[in-house]
Design a protein around this ligand. Structure first.
Ligand SMILES: [Zn+2]
Length: 288
């Protein structure tokens, strides 16, 4: 639409170059300061409307989405070649505050994989995500004899798990394949194997009989082979992580392939239990 801004708020084009717009650049810095001082998005929007600095030229009205977009716009720290208007510290402080204050956000998509794998750090039973109240979610251990209950908000929990996954991504050597589940050799298999050995030793059996026995032994062995998919996925994941820094996709794969359980501990921390049985606790992940 014609009235929409072509240049991001805070900038202007002068002599063909993007430059800070003096009044708007001041307003951007003011917005970051106000937000850090505790003002809400709405309060800042009303403040801006009163001050008369226009976001859109056709109206003096500000809404909280405009303020929100300003607070998350990385151009203000120099992204895309734009002149910097805000120091890194102020920008990241604003992002932290937004996460903290965002208590009524809808269920984050990132919580779902965690939800499926959350277990009690004390007894190992499944933890159930309860209702939200005041932004906190109550996780409750399903084991009535344990009954551990932890209050955390989704953002904090997601962040804890993310931090563990990032640490794990830097230590791909930990991603060893899970031990194949050793099946007890069953009696039929032993009997068939013995029969085949005897038949071969006797040397008097017809080739058809030997072949049938050999096929039966092979079929038995095949039936006993552990599923090799988890090991294969683990190997691929390790190779991918050894190649370079993990992106969001690699972290998601790590969560789905390598992590068997997310253990919630009473000190509101998380430990990852890998499919190979290793436990990734916070200290290990960070020192790596
Ligand atoms: Zn428990």
């Amino acid at each position: 639409m014609a009235w929409q801004r072509k240049t991001p708020f805070g900038y202007m084009i002068r002599d063909g170059l993007i430059q800070p717009h003096p009044d708007e650049a001041d307003a951007v810095r003011y917005i970051f300061r106000q937000y850090q001082a505790g003002a809400s998005l709405l309060a800042i929007a009303e403040d801006m409307t009163r001050q008369g600095i226009r976001y859109h030229s056709h109206t003096a009205e500000w809404n909280k989405n405009m303020v929100k977009r300003i607070l998350e716009n990385t151009k203000y720290i120099g992204a895309g070649g734009y002149p910097r208007l805000v120091p890194d510290e102020d920008f990241s402080a604003a992002q932290r505050l937004r996460t903290e204050r965002n208590t009524y956000a809808p269920l984050s998509t990132d919580i779902r994989p965690i939800q499926g794998k959350a277990v009690c750090g004390l007894c190992g039973m499944k933890m159930i995500r309860g209702n939200r109240s005041h932004g906190l979610v109550h996780w409750k251990c399903q084991n009535p004899d344990c009954g551990q209950s932890i209050s955390l908000n989704d953002e904090a929990l997601t962040e804890l798990v993310d931090a563990q996954l990032r640490g794990l991504a830097l230590t791909p050597h930990l991603l060893t394949a899970p031990e194949p589940t050793q099946n007890e050799p069953d009696l039929d298999a032993i009997r068939l194997q013995n029969e085949l050995t005897l038949a071969l030793n006797r040397g008097s059996e017809g080739p058809e009989y030997i072949k049938t026995l050999a096929l039966a032994v092979t079929a038995q062995r095949y039936g006993q082979l552990p599923d090799s998919t988890p090991a294969h996925d683990m190997e691929q994941l390790r190779a991918r992580l050894e190649e370079g820094p993990a992106d969001a996709g690699a972290l998601a794969a790590l969560m789905s392939v390598a992590v068997r359980a997310v253990r919630l501990t009473p000190d509101k921390n998380v430990e990852l239990e890998l499919v190979n049985g290793q436990i990734i606790a916070e200290k290990e992940a960070q020192s790596a």
